[in-house]
Write a protein that binds this ligand. Structure first.
Ligand SMILES: Nc1ccc2nc(N)nc(O)c2c1
Length: 373
């Protein structure tokens, strides 16, 4: 049975080209992980997600514990069999969704009590229960339970949440022991927009010997320059030999900038959600297919894309599907966006290998700035 391991193949400044090995397969980094919150990457077949370049997808403890339930998924053979995705899965721990989706939340030292956004039923999530759920789901990479605050927030609140998250990191790690060989647990750096608290959190977690470290508490309303400043602040304190995962990020520009600053893993609902709302991500920037300018445009989105969804249909047809509110609009544009994000990741990886990430970044940004002619 392969254990969990990470290797850095090349660096370009603080950016790293690497590979994570898991029992269910390898993950080329920097990696973008499509979000499959409720055991599906919305509007896509799993084999399409794979064919478009994804090595790993995300699942979510909060949603799956409410429906269909972690014990039920385990009884049905675990998440991989349930959704027929045999490759790696990372599950978030649920804390973030509790704070953003659930109602009537009560947070205490032990954990968080909340009412389901589905039916108002009461639930309790603790570090131990979150790990138990992720283990029942069979996740290859699991996340500690943490407290993530929206920004801006008072410094004392940020400090309290960061310190609680460190105590929950210890408890998550203890609860994780005994899982099958090859599964991984990541700690999550908190500390908001406070550099000293960020460093304190990163150093404490680095000493706890997790398989990887995530940078949490970002992409929660702060400007991009604050997000990038926090990454620069924590990066020197994150173990170079372990993967770094920036949670919930982001736009193609966010990913380019964060990968340049040493981040290895990303996830965001942006490509899938935007695809369901008529927006295509391309080398020319974002294209809103609802716009009437496309009504008779016979060109595909990008004739030079390596991915079929960007070459196969005319903009006129996509515009029609959007206007007609056809399901196929969301299906095609979701595939287009997942394809484009994976093309971007492949470009970043190649540029790091060739030692030309800064030049690549400038070329890609110039393409977006030139816009869609
Ligand atoms: N922006 C995000 C997205 C997901 C998160 N998940 C956890 N567990 N913690 C965070 O801080 C997150 C931040």
């Amino acid at each position: 049975m392969t254990a969990f391991s990470f290797r850095v193949h090349a660096t370009c400044g603080t950016a790293r080209l690497g590979e994570i090995s898991t029992p269910r397969g390898r993950i080329r980094t920097p990696a973008f992980m499509p979000v499959g919150t409720q055991a599906t990457v919305k509007a896509m077949y799993p084999e399409q997600v794979r064919a478009l370049g994804a090595d790993i997808i995300l699942g979510n403890t909060y949603h799956l514990m409410l429906r269909p339930g972690a014990e039920r998924v385990a009884k049905l053979g675990g998440l991989h069999a349930f959704m027929d995705w045999p490759h790696p899965i990372l599950t978030d721990s649920g804390g973030f969704q509790v704070m953003s989706l659930a109602s009537l939340r009560k947070l205490d030292e032990g954990g968080v009590t909340f009412r389901s956004h589905l039916d108002g039923s009461e639930h309790r999530l603790t570090p131990e229960r979150s790990i138990e759920i992720q283990s029942l789901l069979g996740a290859d990479i699991q996340m500690q339970l943490d407290e993530c605050l929206k920004l801006p927030a008072p410094r004392e609140d940020i400090a309290r949440a960061m310190e609680l998250s460190l105590r929950w990191a210890e408890r998550s790690k203890k609860a994780f022991e005994g899982q099958p060989e090859g599964r991984a647990l990541f700690g999550i750096v908190q500390g908001g927009d406070q550099p000293d608290l960020r460093v304190e959190s990163a150093r404490a977690l680095a000493a706890m010997d997790f398989h990887g470290l995530a940078v949490g508490g970002l992409a929660v309303g702060e400007p991009q320059d604050v997000m990038l400043a926090m990454i620069e602040t924590v990066e020197p304190h994150l173990p170079a030999a372990k993967p770094r995962y920036l949670m919930g990020v982001g736009t193609p520009d966010d990913i380019l900038e964060a990968a340049s600053r040493g981040i290895d893993m990303f996830d965001c609902v942006m490509p899938t959600r935007a695809g369901r709302h008529a927006t295509a991500f391309t080398r020319f920037g974002r294209i809103n297919l609802r716009n009437a300018r496309h009504a008779e445009d016979t060109r595909p989105l990008d004739p030079d894309s390596p991915s079929e969804p960007l070459r196969r249909w005319s903009r006129a047809y996509l515009h029609h599907l959007v206007r007609a509110e056809e399901m196929l609009a969301g299906m095609i544009l979701t595939a287009v966006n997942i394809a484009y994000y994976q093309e971007l990741m492949a470009g970043i990886r190649a540029a790091i290998a060739e030692g030309r990430l800064a030049a690549f970044r400038d070329e890609v940004k110039a393409g977006w700035a030139a816009g869609d002619l």
